[in-house]
Unconditional design. Structure first.
Length: 683
């Protein structure tokens, strides 16, 4: 529906050429009825993906089997109208997926989550389901699109500025790896487009577009956030090579990481955003407490107690809930100088949440510990689990009682503490765990030249709720075909979001280590806000590198095709600017993540079709300037027959996992994605 009823802009031929290139490989793979009322396409795809960090660190992470059926049907024959309705087209895209890796890989089978959510993430209802409605005179300039759909505004690619209406699915693949149309999640939306025509002194032709949706969903709707801890490192390290017990690893040894004493081993999901980690920057769902009196401080600031932050999404599920509504409109057109523009406005909740620390769950003595309000509940085991409700305070007395229970299973941890850990991780309930979950370690006494063992004091398991403030997004785009000078299609996009969530630096951690919670921490729950300016300038360029190569190159088709066929180049410079950053940390609540005013990113893409439109490369590069993180996406697609294609590629996150990127790219630093996809077009 985009552009319906408008005169084609000057740059339309270039876009049409690119569209034909992109569709050339599948144009044959569709069905059109003789009366042109029915158009259908169907594809079967199998993709295997492997995470890798080195030649010795490769993990099979995906075996996706996908069936896709696309149908477009005109309900009215050509030339037939129904009152003011000129025509109605029914559109449906059904996509069913099954990922066999969750059945075949043993560690995923034993993880304990509902694997059907990952094995069968789609297929219960059509992915897209909407109607296109056009009208006769005098309202022939009006068209509607009603149903489950995508609304794509803006000129930026791989960057969320104005294209924030449909969320991205982060639970099925990495940040880069899918076609972007397949990456967005369609929502129930009503959209209208009205062709206005010429506007004196403003535009040669113009249009007005508006949408409303009761189905807002944030970017984190399907996000996978890891549990806080896992085993796999030595718990008994020593800060110095001198005076340590025999066999204990030193502080500088490869096995030294923040140790954990969970009674079971955690395995991360392949597509979770935050990694389960033992570095301070790896696990934003934990933070160190300040040293307690009489508790020796460990090396590099390791403390005697910890927090476990339990993230809860809290997104409304009612389709007609006011909190899930959003709307927007834009005015666009082409000026008399050939400059295409849009002016956009969107009112919705923020796409990415902040976190609200519910510290009162652990520190408010007014909250009861059981149904009788008894703060001195010493009951343990199943009896206590039944007595305490999901919102009840977990008392310090009960934590002491848990520590005093026997270790019947012989894992070195009291059974009551095992249940407390399960209550924290699996039941998502506030919990106090004495003796800590970051277990025994060694400190070194310089005066006596001996090492001594200390233990962490306690772990607080605390609820952290996601929150999404309402925001106004105001922006615009400009597009211009500079045919006379550079040959570039220039693209500019600018937007401002009035209120986006941030987190204040929490007490007892990071720059506030050694402090205690202040009044503001309890009153605001750590919530902060800021505006966000997002800018993009880029260009597209379509050209042949060497139109007339010498005969010896032309005779070698595999070589000449790269020089004589059309390449499509695109470059983009992005920046996000935050007016307020002082005393704030990143959105995932990592105490080492400092917010910065300017956050520039560069991207570059090369693609096209070669060898008689059988071969399509896609080479992309991105660079986060502040985090100094590089991303390379190298992909090739080749049509073995008219209906059978193979696509393979590698997505490499070439940056430090400790250099925290506002795009979360560091979360993927140790899991580059190597994939192979086979596609067969049934129709």
């Amino acid at each position: 529906m985009k552009g319906h009823g408008r005169r084609l802009p000057r740059w339309a031929p270039a876009v049409a050429m690119l569209t034909m290139l992109a569709c050339a490989g599948m144009a044959h793979a569709s069905y059109m009825s003789g009366d042109q009322r029915i158009e259908a396409a169907s594809t079967v795809t199998v993709q295997n993906t492997f995470h890798h960090n080195s030649i010795n660190d490769i993990e099979w992470a995906q075996w996706r089997n996908e069936f896709r059926f696309d149908l477009r049907y005109f309900l009215l024959p050509q030339g037939v109208t129904a009152g003011p309705i000129n025509n109605v087209r029914f559109n449906m895209l059904y996509r069913a997926r099954y990922d066999a890796v969750y059945d075949l890989v043993d560690r995923y089978k034993k993880r304990g989550y509902q694997r059907d959510d990952f094995r069968f993430p789609e297929g219960k209802i059509p992915r897209e389901l909407f109607f296109d409605v056009s009208f006769t005179e005098p309202i022939d300039g009006l068209s509607l699109r009603l149903g489950k759909q995508q609304v794509v505004w803006g000129e930026a690619d791989l960057f969320r500025s104005l294209d924030v209406i449909n969320p991205l699915r982060l639970d099925q693949n990495g940040l880069i790896g899918e076609d972007f149309d397949d990456y967005r999640e369609p929502l129930w939306i009503a959209k209208a487009l009205y062709s206005i025509g010429p506007v004196p002194f403003v535009a040669e032709n113009s249009y007005l577009e508006a949408f409303w949706s009761p189905n807002w969903r944030p970017l984190t709707d399907r996000i996978l956030v890891s549990e806080a801890f896992r085993i796999g490192v030595d718990q008994n390290y020593c800060p110095s090579a001198d005076g340590c017990p025999s066999g204990s690893p030193t502080f500088n040894s490869p096995t030294f990481r923040r140790p954990n004493i969970l009674p079971w081993r955690m395995v991360r999901a392949p597509w979770e955003v935050t990694r389960v980690g033992t570095h301070r920057t790896d696990a934003p769902d934990q933070a160190d407490l300040a040293p307690a009196p009489g508790c020796a401080d460990g090396p590099q600031g390791l403390r005697c107690g910890d927090f476990v932050y339990l993230l809860q999404n809290g997104v409304p599920t009612n389709v007609l809930d006011v909190d899930t509504s959003m709307f927007g409109f834009r005015f666009g057109g082409q000026t008399f100088a050939g400059l295409d523009f849009t002016l956009n406005y969107i009112f919705k909740k923020s796409e990415v949440p902040g976190t609200a620390l519910r510290v009162s769950d652990l520190f408010d003595p007014a909250r009861p510990s059981d149904e009788n309000g008894n703060m001195n509940n010493f009951r343990t085991g199943a009896e206590a689990d039944d007595a305490i409700g999901p919102d009840d305070h977990y008392s310090l007395a009960r934590a002491a009682a848990d520590l005093a229970t026997p270790d019947n299973d012989g894992n070195g941890v009291p059974d009551g503490q095992d249940r407390a850990v399960a209550r924290c991780i699996y039941d998502q309930r506030p919990t106090i765990i004495l003796k800590g979950m970051h277990g025994p370690h060694y400190n070194f006494d310089d005066q006596t030249n001996t090492a001594y063992e200390t233990v962490n004091g306690a772990t607080g398991c605390e609820m952290v709720g996601f929150w999404y403030p309402w925001t106004h997004i105001i922006g615009g785009t400009l597009t211009y075909n500079d045919f006379d000078y550079t040959g570039f299609i220039w693209r500019v996009e600018q937007s401002y979001s009035t209120k986006e969530p941030r987190n204040g630096a929490p007490p007892l951690a990071g720059p506030r280590a050694g402090n205690f919670p202040a009044t503001r921490d309890f009153e605001s729950h750590g919530k902060r806000t800021t505006g966000a300016w997002r800018s993009m300038i880029g260009f597209d360029y379509l050209r042949t590198i060497y139109p007339k190569p010498p005969p010896w190159i032309r005779s070698r088709k595999w070589l000449s095709t790269w020089l004589t066929d059309q390449w499509f180049f695109t470059f983009q410079f992005f920046n996000e600017y935050y007016p307020h950053v002082d005393g704030q940390i990143g959105l995932l609540d990592s105490v080492t993540d400092r917010m910065q005013h300017y956050n520039p990113v560069l991207t570059y893409v090369m693609t096209g079709f070669f060898m008689n439109q059988k071969l399509r490369p896609f080479w992309a590069y991105g660079y986060d300037v502040n985090a100094q993180t590089h991303v390379a996406w190298l992909q090739m697609q080749y049509f073995l027959t008219n209906k059978f294609a193979i696509r393979f590629g590698d997505i490499m996150y070439m940056g430090s996992k400790d250099a925290e990127s506002f795009l979360f790219l560091h979360k993927y630093a140790d899991r580059d994605n190597l994939f192979v996809r086979l596609e067969y077009y049934l129709l």
